[in-house]
Ligand binder design. Sequence first.
Ligand code: ARG
Length: 307
Amino acid sequence: MTGVCFPLPAARYPGHMITTVDRPRPEQGTLRQRRLRRATARGYLMCPPEHFTVSYAINPWMRPEEPASAGVALRQWARLRQTYLDLGHDVRVIEPVAGLPDMVFAANGATVVGGTVLGARFRYPQRAAEAAAYLAWFRAGGYADVRVPEHVNEGEGDVLFTGRALLAGHGFRTAAAVAGELAAVFGVPVISVRLVDPRFYHLDTALCVLDADTAMYYPDAFDDASRAAIARQFTELIEATDSDAEVLGLNAVSDGRHVVLPAQAAGLAAQLAARGFEPVPVDMSELLKGGGGPKCCTLELRPARSA
Ligand code: ARG
């Protein structure tokens, strides 16, 4: 399914509050202890896993010899989509292509900031054809500024927007050289970070931006310089434990208040709740067999800023 998705309704984007924050009650502590978290309505692109299977291995999570069910994946995916709708977000759907079993991982399809789209260019040939399918969706959807990439980049899997800057992960998939391209295309500062643990092969498996000042991450997934760079970007950082990182708990989607994350990451959910976020657990266990979680299945469509 394609469809005109721009301009998004001006009244709702960007920055429209969809949740009013709780007033502090005595048992919740004071305002100083509990920061107010504000949700804003988002636009997401998702791809149903109709052709999902694990037939090759391009990350350590994938085991082609173990069965993976497209039916189970579809049910989990449908719940994720419904979760976003229930939170007040707008969800667009791209038609899946037979023979591209990883196309469900829409985060890898592009990077979209301020209505500008930078297409993806995949590291491995098994996923290469997804790039054109996603580019075609954006072109058909009325996006005026759609760029074909120069360097290998796996979209929002490795390129995360903080609200002010882009964090670009490299080491396994996206080329380090993409930093200059991102700065030129989007006109925002770009901070390169290096991933060093193959289990966390995309940046969105190791770090999640919760809001412009806050992130959660797994320090061991990065080299020292990158940890320092991350510490400079955010005033508040939540560190994931080994066990939460190992279920891809950081592969989460935040609207500023609600954080949709893998249900198995119970410790992370508790840490988020303690900081005033609302964890929204989802079961993505079948997609995890492909090396993905909720964030991998979700590409954020950030519209042009209205004046
Ligand atoms: N099997 C896919 C791959 O290895 C999983 C992609 C997960 N996507 C993500 N944004 N981390 O490419």
